[in-house]
Design a protein around this ligand. Structure first.
Ligand code: UDX
Length: 448
């Protein structure tokens, strides 16, 4: 029969968590405050792009329900999962207002009910919440920190096949109960106190972001010394102490987690009296990395004023339509500021309310027609075969700047493109050219 679970928040984390628990046999009711979202979900439609999620929702049937109503969500529920957004404020601190809205509303919970925090929160939040619940006389309600490690695009798999389940509790019995909810998943549990569980989440994301900024800096040096970062990352990563994942050089990390979690951790350290120097660099490298594409374009085209640049991919990474902190936003505005005409294409992301002054194309071909450069911004699979005759013939200048290293440089050159990746200087026919205002491409016709 499973346990009765209430999930507050039908975003990426909330929906995947809810569908995952329903798939494990529990009875889950998701409560959200946006009527259109609840309507869509009741009709079996997921209001964002997440591969496999609709299928899980369909297969769990009435073990998963959706409501706008608080009472309906908590009726008979033993567990209340808080899965609302915790965006960064303008200062980079965590905006916990949605979390507190949920917590303030809690009432009519059964003895032994457990509030489970999935939302990413600064370390110390659990202590504050515990004190607030106690002050309201809710001492009979347990509190557990159970951070999520779901990456968009693979979130369903990440729930069903996790690397680990982190459970931080004040009372061991509450932690035991949350651990049992995960029966059926084959993963080690990390049982700990609440602050350590909160820290695992921030530290994990900050470390992954650090790896990405690290490999991006290695890539930048590779460009100067004639090494190839793809090979370097592979050669490094096969060292079992290092591992190959999260060493993909590119135009920087984005998304709803890495940028804000790194900022949370940096500020949390600062507020606690410690200057987290490394994270300042991780953030700065990431910001600069997004902008390097502009100088790569200038290297080949000279001034970008009046040039048409096609940005291929807008979402912060492939397999999602999420535009949060997407490098494409910074890139588009930098290019517009340089006087370029910016065309964009993405197979799923709708950026019309976010990007102003750019043209949205329906197809890659339409985006690159008469363009002076095609920039791969998101590593969509369909961009791997970009270097084909149809694309080359449509472009005014057959230049590919590959911000994700998804295109085969050899294939690009033999198809007649000038190719520039990230950290792949040794494979770029124009590597090492001095920066100039003069268009280099006019002097260097691409190899046929
Ligand atoms: C991340 C964490 O992976 C997940 O555990 C956490 O709960 C939420 O944050 P997500 O933001 O969905 O998930 O995406 P992820 O796949 O981790 O990528 C984050 C960013 O890093 C993307 O912009 C991606 O393009 C970039 N990235 C990732 C790289 O540039 N190089 C890499 O090697 C890996």
């Amino acid at each position: 029969m499973g346990e009765r679970i209430a999930v507050f928040g039908a975003g990426y984390a909330g929906l995947v968590t809810a569908a995952g628990f329903a798939d494990l046999g529990h009875q889950v009711v998701v409560r959200d405050v946006v009527p259109e979202k609840v309507d869509a979900l009741r009709a079996g439609r997921v209001p964002f792009h997440e591969p496999g999620l609709e299928e899980v929702i369909a297969r769990v049937g009435d073990r998963l329900r959706f409501t706008l109503d608080y009472q309906e969500a908590v009726e008979g529920a033993r567990f209340v999962f808080v899965c609302v957004g915790t965006p960064a404020t303008y200062s980079g601190d965590a905006d916990l207002s949605a979390v507190w809205t949920v917590l303030d509303e809690l009432r009519d919970l059964a003895d032994g009910a457990v509030v489970v925090m999935k939302s990413t929160v600064p370390v110390g939040t659990g202590d504050t919440v515990r004190a607030a619940l106690d002050a309201r006389g809710l001492t009979h309600i347990g509190y557990v920190s159970n951070p999520e490690f779901l990456a968009e695009g693979s979130a369903v798999k990440d729930f069903l096949e996790p690397d680990r389940i982190v459970i931080g509790s004040f009372q061991e019995a509450d932690g035991d109960a949350v651990e049992r909810l995960h029966d059926g998943l084959d993963a080690p549990s990390v049982r700990t106190d609440v602050p350590s569980a909160e820290m695992v989440k921030l530290a994990a994301n900050a470390y992954l972001g650090t790896r990405i900024s690290f490999i991006n800096e290695i890539a930048n040096v590779c460009e100067l010394v004639g090494a190839d970062v793809e090979t370097v990352a592979w050669g490094m990563g096969l060292d079992s102490r290092i591992g190959t994942r999260y060493l993909q050089a590119g135009i920087g990390f984005g998304g709803s987690c890495f940028p804000k979690d790194i900022s949370f951790l940096k500020l949390l350290a600062g507020n606690s009296g410690y200057h987290f120097q490394l994270l300042n660099s991780v953030i700065e490298v990431n910001e600069l990395q997004k902008r390097r594409v502009v100088s790569k374009l200038q290297k080949h085209l000279g001034s970008l004023r009046g040039k048409t640049i096609a940005l291929l991919g807008l979402a912060f990474k492939a397999n999602t339509d999420d535009m949060r902190e997407a490098p494409s936003i910074v890139l588009a505005s930098r290019l517009l500021a340089e006087g370029a005409d910016v065309r964009t294409w993405d197979p799923v992301a709708d950026a019309s309310s976010i990007l102003r002054g750019v043209t949205f194309a329906e197809t890659v071909l339409e985006a690159v027609r008469d363009a002076d450069a095609a920039v791969v911004v998101t590593g969509w699979d369909e961009l791997r075969d970009l270097p084909r005759a149809e694309i080359r013939d449509a472009m005014r200048v057959p230049l590919i700047v590959d911000g994700r290293n998804v295109v085969d440089p050899g294939a690009a050159r033999s198809a007649g493109f000038t190719y520039e990746g990230i950290g792949r200087a040794s494979t770029s026919p124009l590597a090492g050219l001095p920066e100039t205002d003069e268009p280099a491409i006019a002097e260097h016709s691409p190899e046929a």
